[in-house]
Design a protein around this ligand. Structure first.
Ligand code: PGA
Length: 252
């Protein structure tokens, strides 16, 4: 059975003390939920990983980084490797976010390398894919998503693929307040699950967690999560306030 997951993506927000406080608030709120129906993950900046890990120790909330380098170690000033992320005690790393692809020119090939390095370091990967507004208008969104998944993930064997969570994030819905409708999201999620089934078989596809991201908030989470192929969310803006984030966590 696949897991439901609600993961926060704090992006480049909060100082370390602010992040520690937010993590404490989320950790306490999650501990107080009686029948938690999903795994909860917080995705935090590199600078926060160790301090947030200390806050989460012994609790239920899992920890993610938002990126890692496309090299294992060495002379890459300013980069942070997958083994470094893993050594903080982080469970996950978010890879392929459209902001990384768009602002930092991360390519399908580079992301394939990052995925391999993350898995080799023992991290699970939340792998983002999604189309721009122009691509959706042109009707190429299915092809764009397929290319992103095939190019960066489908070289993995079944065992490695079990450590991948896919996040569908239409770029036009990220931080814009414009959510994909539950039906629009479900259409793509079913398409993604079908691609996974064609490559890895029905059982692996059934076990794969596929998250929706893009202006997900307490008011629309329940409708999105009610769809058969939407297994939770990757949450940006609404993960920065514990009460909003918890409104999504408890939406199942
Ligand atoms: P948003 O961001 O919830 O602020 O739209 C989602 C994301 O980029 O992961």
């Amino acid at each position: 059975m696949r897991k439901n997951i609600v993961a926060g993506n704090w992006k480049m927000n909060t100082t370390v003390p602010e992040g520690v406080q937010l993590a404490k608030d989320v950790n306490d709120a999650v501990a107080a939920v009686n029948d938690l129906k999903c795994d909860v993950v917080v995705g935090v900046p590199f600078t926060h990983l160790t301090a947030v890990k200390a806050v989460l120790e012994g609790g239920k909330v899992l920890l993610s980084a938002e990126n890692c380098a496309d090299h294992d170690k060495g002379a890459y000033t300013g980069e942070v490797s997958a083994p470094m992320v893993a050594s903080t005690g982080a469970d996950y790393v978010i890879l392929g976010h459209s902001e990384r692809r768009g602002y930092y020119n991360e390519t399908i090939e580079m992301l394939k390398t990052k995925v391999d390095l993350a898995l080799a370091a023992g991290l699970k990967v939340i792998f983002c894919c999604g189309e721009s507004l122009d691509e959706r208008k042109a009707g190429t969104h299915f092809e764009v998503i397929k290319n992103e998944l095939v190019g960066s993930l489908f070289h993995l064997d079944d065992k490695a693929f079990a450590n991948i969570v896919i996040a569908y994030e239409p770029i036009w819905a990220i931080g814009t307040g414009e959510t994909a409708t539950a039906d629009q999201a479900e259409e793509i999620h079913a398409f993604i699950r079908n691609l996974v089934a064609e490559k890895y078989g029905a059982q692996v596809a059934d076990d794969t967690t596929i998250l929706y991201g893009g202006s997900c908030k307490p008011s629309n989470a329940a409708e999105l999560f009610a769809k058969p192929d939407i297994d939770g969310g990757l949450i940006g803006g609404a993960s920065l306030k514990a009460a909003d984030f918890m409104g999504i966590v408890t939406a199942f």
